[in-house]
Design a protein around this ligand. Structure first.
Ligand code: HEM
Length: 865
């Protein structure tokens, strides 16, 4: 009754009751979020959440919190869920593995409030404010690096001295240091890196926001969560850095760690899609400024000052709180006096004693902004080409560009260059811009993210002549023609069903090889395994392609010689393809004539084969026979059938038939035998692995006389041995080059249409970022791993990946597994002259497909087990 009389009291009590009931239900019933595995959270307050825990230097407060709660913490800033990431692994997950998911910028964020209400460059889309905020982002951060760098140099006279020595040495006799000189200044670069590590200008990076639900390091992160990466804490993480709080640039001298967004322990510019596009611009300016200052001046703290105050300001970009006041001593670099011991003494004279900070101040507040304006104007308006962010390039020579850096073994030379210049390098081979890809991530961008763009092949005189003006699948450009031929390859010639149909061919050829080995084992004479593998793979492909082998008769010998020449020519470089005005050289030295001769002889041979086959097909159809789908049908039969009756909905002309057959010989023979050669080399070099694989095969086969394909499925260790061989010895280490069909952005770099792309699968297979002890031959690494070579795991891409990935993988692997199982099943292997396994060399030959330089000679003894 009282409630009826007093409606307000009644409503209040009702609301209270409903709220209590709601809370009770929420607590007692499992909600959606209780299923989630959320990151640890510090205790929060009502309404403000964890805002009170940010303090005036959030990067410091958050580091303390993360020490208690872990490298991934979930905070609530007011009602906004915020993930704080304080480890390199966490940063990698956000900016690399889930870069796309976290590529939004939050609309409402703390930096947003502190800056210009969401109008700064990092937050706003390209528009009205973009240019002016570019200026803010450029000056403030660049200035901070310079300020902290000089402050640390002042606090560490030994570092200053070492830097001045380096700069003095390189700048000897020069009034001003230029950008070209910077490349040689390794200590300078180490000083800048160390400054960025300890005093990252934007310590919490610019926040990102997740666009969808995602799992990060086992935790569930909801769509809309903001992410703050505490780069400052990561830069001081003692599990990543020895003496993490020390300013010690030496740590970077023999280290590949860089700040370009690939080493997640040092990402002051962020990484991935939202990484800073102005990094190179800022760093060049910083390097130039520091270098010119220390070249000309000695620095000292003003009289009376004992130590430098390193207190930080609050804000997104963290500066030194008190201004940096120094006394400058001009070093007279022109007058050098030789002292007794022969070293050089630099004369010093006092400058600006009355106003010690004048020069530095004017540099920071006047000259630096002016420089930035100048560069921005140049960048935006004067030279549109400089808008582009190009990949790092080693210095090149006139005319030949970077050709001289390819060496005899480009995969080795380019692998070493990549350690210095990064996983995406821009080279010029003559006048042809070429990017070299040397990491799994970069390869993924080429063959997955931008696969369609990078799906052309480079035109070349050799290929044009040998492969009927690009009438084949491997050399033709992306387009309808290529798509049709590719579908013929994938569906008609190399499908799993077709590969199975050649099982007898493989088993018979392997049995023949085993017979020869057995005969030779009776005499204990060394066998040339390299030659045997070559001949076996050639015979298998011959039978699959032509239905017969070309043996020791004249025509067989001629065909084999022609194939050898053909493969050699495909691995050669015609200088005219790279320096067009030198194309006369190939005509002059007889190279073009050789190409023409081999092309003509091959064509005559293939014409005969096609004619013979056409006659046979006519006879068969005259008798009413139909071999379609017949397991005896070989590649030429299939292609002729498609040619005659358009049965696959595709028109394949006579030249294309011959070109496709040549593709299969080029791609399928030498590569497959190289795998066998390297696998046996590594097994002989590693008796432990040999024993283990023998045990596996012998255990499965017991006393079966022969290994057949049906037995291979269970041989997991054998499979791991082949994977490990392909990792260390990809037969085509630089894969088959591709060409960009249009402009693209790869790992943040601008790549122009027409650029050639070479992927260093050899370097990727040995990249310590992807593999533990990468130089070790250790098949065990694949036993409990799902990593495969089928083009989904970019750390292992011996067959390439994507649209232009190898369609012959199954065909090649069927031969490799069968042959290897047979070799280790029946025989024990030793080197001639009782040499030890580890003495076996692994020298490589040159060319497109990499074999052993010296033939693999080994003695087989029938095994008794
Ligand atoms: C171990 C043996 C082999 C290796 C290591 C290998 C490797 C490769 C590589 C790296 C490519 C270029 C991939 C790319 O651009 O992403 C390729 C393409 C190709 N491979 Fe293989 N291959 C092998 C065996 C075979 C066999 C046995 C055949 C046929 C019977 C074959 C047919 C082809 C063809 C036709 C292409 C061109 C595909 C295109 O451009 O669309 N390969 N192979």
């Amino acid at each position: 009754m009282l409630f009826l009389l007093q409606p307000t009291v009644f409503s209040l009590l009702l609301i209270l009751a409903i709220s209590l009931a709601f809370l009770f239900i929420k607590r007692s019933s499992p909600t959606r979020t209780t299923h989630k595995n959320l990151p640890p959270s510090p205790r929060k307050l009502p309404i403000i959440g964890n805002l009170h825990q940010l303090g005036s230097s959030p990067h410091r407060s958050l580091r303390s919190l993360s020490r208690r709660h872990g490298p991934l913490m979930l905070l609530h800033l007011g009602s906004v869920p915020v993930l704080v990431v304080s480890s390199a692994d966490g940063a990698r997950e956000i900016t690399k593995n889930h870069d796309l998911v976290f590529s939004n910028r939050p609309k409402v964020s703390i930096p947003d409030r502190l800056l210009y209400g969401g109008r700064d460059v990092a937050f706003s889309p390209y528009g009205d404010y973009w240019r002016q905020d570019m200026f803010a982002a450029g000056t403030d951060t660049t200035q901070a690096v310079l300020e902290w760098g000089v402050a640390e140099l002042l606090r560490h006279p030994n570092v200053m001295k070492k830097l001045q020595d380096e700069v003095g040495e390189i700048g000897r006799g020069k009034p001003k240091i230029s950008e070209d000189d910077l490349e040689k200044m390794h200590y300078l670069k180490a000083v800048i890196k160390e400054t960025l590590r300890l005093h990252t200008p934007v310590p919490l990076l610019v926040p990102r926001e997740s666009t969808q639900d995602v799992k990060i390091m086992g935790y569930d992160i909801a769509a809309g969560t903001q992410v703050y990466i505490n780069v400052w804490a990561i830069g001081r993480d003692p599990s990543l850095w020895e003496d993490a709080e020390e300013f010690r640039p030496e740590r970077f001298l023999n280290s590949a760690i860089d700040y370009k967004g690939f080493h997640y322990q040092l990402i002051p510019f962020g990484a991935g899609r939202r990484g800073c596009p102005g990094m190179l611009f800022a760093m060049t300016l910083n390097e130039l400024a520091v270098v010119n200052m220390v070249h000309k001046f000695d620095f000292a703290l003003p009289d009376g000052a004992e130590d430098l105050d390193m207190t930080e300001t609050a804000g997104i970009t963290v500066h030194k709180k008190s201004p940096l006041l120094v006394t400058l001593l001009l070093i007279s670099i022109y007058k050098r006096t030789e002292v007794e011991n022969g070293s050089t003494l630099r004369e010093r004279k006092m400058l600006e004693q009355q106003e010690p900070s004048f020069l530095l101040k004017s540099f920071l507040f006047f000259i630096l902004p002016l420089c930035v304006i100048f560069f921005l104007i140049k960048w935006l308006f004067i030279n549109p080409a400089s808008n582009k962010r190009l990949p790092p390039s080693p210095p090149k020579l006139p005319i030949i560009g970077n050709f001289h850096q390819m060496g005899l073994f480009p995969h080795h030379s380019l692998g070493s260059l990549a350690k210095k210049y990064g996983p995406v390098m821009l080279l010029h081979l003559g006048s042809v811009p070429t990017i070299i890809i040397s990491s799994a991530d970069a390869a993924r961008e080429i063959m997955q993210t931008h696969d369609l763009i990078f799906s052309n092949r480079k035109k070349s005189y050799i290929v044009e002549r040998l492969l009927y003006d690009y009438k084949d699948v491997a050399a033709s450009n992306y387009g309808e023609f290529w798509r049709q031929l590719r579908s013929v390859c994938v569906l008609q010639l190399l499908s799993n069903k077709r590969v199975q149909s050649f099982r007898t061919v493989r088993e018979e050829e392997t049995a023949l090889m085993m017979k020869k080995i057995k005969e030779s084992s009776l005499s204990s004479l060394p066998l040339d395994l390299s030659e045997m593998f070559k001949s076996l793979t050639n015979d298998v492909v011959c039978r699959a392609a032509f239905g017969r082998k070309y043996g020791g008769d004249d025509s067989g010998k001629k065909f084999k010689q022609l194939l050898t020449d053909f493969l050699w020519l495909l691995g050669s470089i015609d200088i005219g393809d790279f320096i067009p005005w030198l194309s006369w050289i190939s005509r002059f030295n007889g190279f073009s004539a050789k190409v023409d001769r081999v092309a003509k002889d091959l064509d005559e041979f293939l014409e005969r084969v096609v004619e013979e086959r056409l006659d046979m097909l006519k006879m068969e159809s005259g008798r009413g026979e139909n071999t379609e789908g017949d397991s005896r049908e070989d590649f030429v039969d299939t292609l002729l059938r498609i040619h005659i009756d358009n049965s696959a909905g595709v028109s394949v002309d006579r030249d294309s038939i011959k070109a496709l057959i040549l593709d299969i010989f080029a791609a399928g023979t030498d590569t497959t035998s190289a795998v066998l050669e390297w696998a046996m080399t590594e097994l002989i070099r590693h008796p432990r692995v040999m024993k283990k694989v023998q045990n596996e095969v012998r255990e499965i086969l017991k006393d079966k006389p022969e290994t057949t394909e049906a037995d291979l499925g269970e041989m997991h260790y054998l499979n791991a041995v082949i994977k490990e061989t392909l990792r260390l010895h990809p037969p085509i280490p630089m894969l088959v080059p591709r060409e960009a069909r249009q402009d693209a952005r790869v790992m943040g770099y601008d790549i122009a249409a027409g650029t050639l792309v070479m992927t260093n699968a050899w370097a990727i297979g040995r990249d310590p970022a992807s593999w533990d002890e990468p130089e070790e031959f250790r098949p065990e690494r694949f036993l409990n791993s799902s990593i495969d070579f089928k083009g989904h795991d970019f750390e292992l891409i011996p067959f390439g990946a994507g649209r232009r990935g190898c369609p012959g993988t199954a065909f090649a692997m069927a031969t490799n597994e069968l042959v290897l199982a047979n070799l280790v099943h029946k025989f024990d292997w030793a080197l001639p002259g009782k040499a030890k396994g580890e003495d076996l060399d692994i020298d490589e030959c040159t060319g497109l497909t990499i074999h052993r330089k010296n033939p693999l000679l080994a003695i087989a003894t029938p095994s008794v087990y």
